[in-house]
Design a protein around this ligand. Structure first.
Ligand code: DOR
Ligand code: ZN
Ligand code: ZN
Length: 437
């Protein structure tokens, strides 16, 4: 284990701004951030033109472990994360078995402690009858409720169960917000359809809005923290704006919903671009982009939902929904920075600082003295093309394949330890459980 690392003469991104200087890491924590540090260290990194960002906290991944480890494992997913500058992830509960009890949670955490290269934690999934588990499980990012069904069988959409979860639990509730009854109704209408363009009709914007209003009403009624995952519609953005500035309800957007739109992306990629909730029209995409700029959307999450290319190449109706993305989200955002759409501080804010803040993460999300030394060295000018052959995830395909981006993660540090540098992994390192409170 490396006890100290010194970054010399580097561009440092903090919430207070960007400045040039030195950063010293000691025993896994940021120990000093100064214009010039004279002390030496075990590892000294002095390379011109690089930027140090806080490590990305990806609050939304599906690592399929246990149950579908042919698609991904905590080990492979965490390697993909490290390659993409992600130093902590929160994994969703729709595994098999689903993470719906203290016991399944403990098993996952133990497995992650032995196999994850980066820091980890896990949502507990809500069912209609696991209230005691939701209340008693400790140190999790929150409770995940699938109010609309997606991959797996987790679903809670009856009002009694939702009222009970909102009224009797205290943890942050993160939701997949689509109206299940509307999905079912439209599904019948389009049954037998082979057209992937029907996906967004089945999972309509109206259904997303209806569900989001219902959930926000519950959050307000019980004054319960609500986080809406992967926001997709202009109508939801407008509705959330109408609630005004408040800290009770927060939202996330994925790079795929932010950067692509239907029908173009579906005409190009077919069922590979099929995800829940769907990628929608340009009007929605533009509204999401604007909302992220204005702070109506609070953070990014990749919704890394790996399925094998063979599974995704099946016809509409049989192909599963979801796409990989944990290792492309930071490069895609750095590219937006290079294009002038966002500042580099906004990158650190939306991908590190805000996920930490929204989920009450302890001592992460910033390059700050005393905080955990999770960080990523990036070359903001480095051009590279997304090449599926070099992707680390087991699901080696991407709708962003072939895109040439400016801005590239070079090396990733977790608790002060090198875990990744330009294609190589330091696999003897293990991440730690992310702590909340
Ligand atoms: O498209 C999706 N895929 N949306 C989800 O909500 C779940 C995910 C998955 O786990 O495959
Ligand atoms: Zn979802
Ligand atoms: Zn998801």
């Amino acid at each position: 284990m490396v006890e100290s690392t010194l970054f010399k003469d580097i561009e440092i991104v903090t919430p207070d701004g960007v400045f040039q200087g030195d950063v010293l890491i000691k025993n896994g924590k940021f120990a000093a951030i100064e214009p010039h540090i004279s002390e030496s260290a075990e590892v000294v990194i002095h390379e011109a033109g690089l930027t140090l960002l806080p490590g990305v906290i990806d609050p939304h991944v599906h690592f399929r472990d246990p149950g579908a480890t042919h698609k991904e494992t905590i080990e492979t997913g965490s390697h993909a994360a490290a390659a993409g500058g992600v130093t902590s992830f929160f994994d969703m509960p729709n595994t098999n078995p689903a993470t719906i009890s203290r016991e399944t949670m403990a098993t996952k955490k133990l497995h992650a402690s032995k196999t994850s290269l980066v820091n980890y934690n896990f949502f507990i999934g809500a069912t209609a009858n696991n209230l005691n588990e939701l209340i008693s499980v400790e140190n999790v990012p929150g409770i995940k409720i699938y109010v609309g069904s997606s991959t797996g069988s987790l679903l809670v959409d009856d009002s009694d169960s939702l009222e009970s979860i909102f009224s009797k639990t205290k943890k942050i509730i993160a939701v997949h917000s689509e109206d299940e009854a509307m999905i079912q109704e439209k599904q019948e209408q389009f049954s037998g359809s082979l057209d992937v363009l029907d996906h967004e009709k089945i999972r309509s914007a109206e259904g997303a809005l209806k569900s989001t209003i219902r959930l926000c009403d519950l959050a307000i009624k019980y004054q319960h923290r609500l986080h809406i995952c992967h926001l997709t519609t202009k109508q939801e953005v407008d509705y959330l704006k109408s609630l005004g500035a408040q800290s009770l309800i927060t939202t996330e957007v994925t790079p795929q919903h932010l950067l692509t739109f239907s029908p173009d992306i579906l005409n190009k990629w077919g069922t590979k671009a099929q995800i829940n909730p769907p990628i929608r029209s340009r009007q929605h995409q533009e509204a999401l982009f604007q909302a992220l700029k204005e702070g109506v959307i609070h953070c990014l999450g990749s919704d890394h939902a790996p399925h094998l290319e063979t599974e995704k190449s099946q016809v509409f109706g049989q192909a599963p929904s979801g796409m990989p993305g944990v290792e492309t989200s930071l490069p895609l955002f750095l590219n937006l920075v290079s294009q002038g759409h966002f500042s580099i501080e906004a990158c650190a804010r939306l991908m590190s600082y805000m996920p930490a803040k929204l989920y009450n993460v302890k001592q992460k999300g910033q390059i700050k003295v005393g905080y955990d030394a999770d960080c990523v060295l990036v070359d903001r000018k480095g051009k590279h093309t997304i090449d599926t052959a070099t992707l680390v995830t087991k699901s080696k395909w991407s709708i962003f394949e072939g895109l040439t981006l400016t801005g590239k993660p070079i090396a990733t540090f977790v608790n002060g330890q090198y875990v990744f540098r330009e294609g190589s992994f330091f696999t003897e390192i293990k991440g730690k459980e992310v702590m909340f409170g």
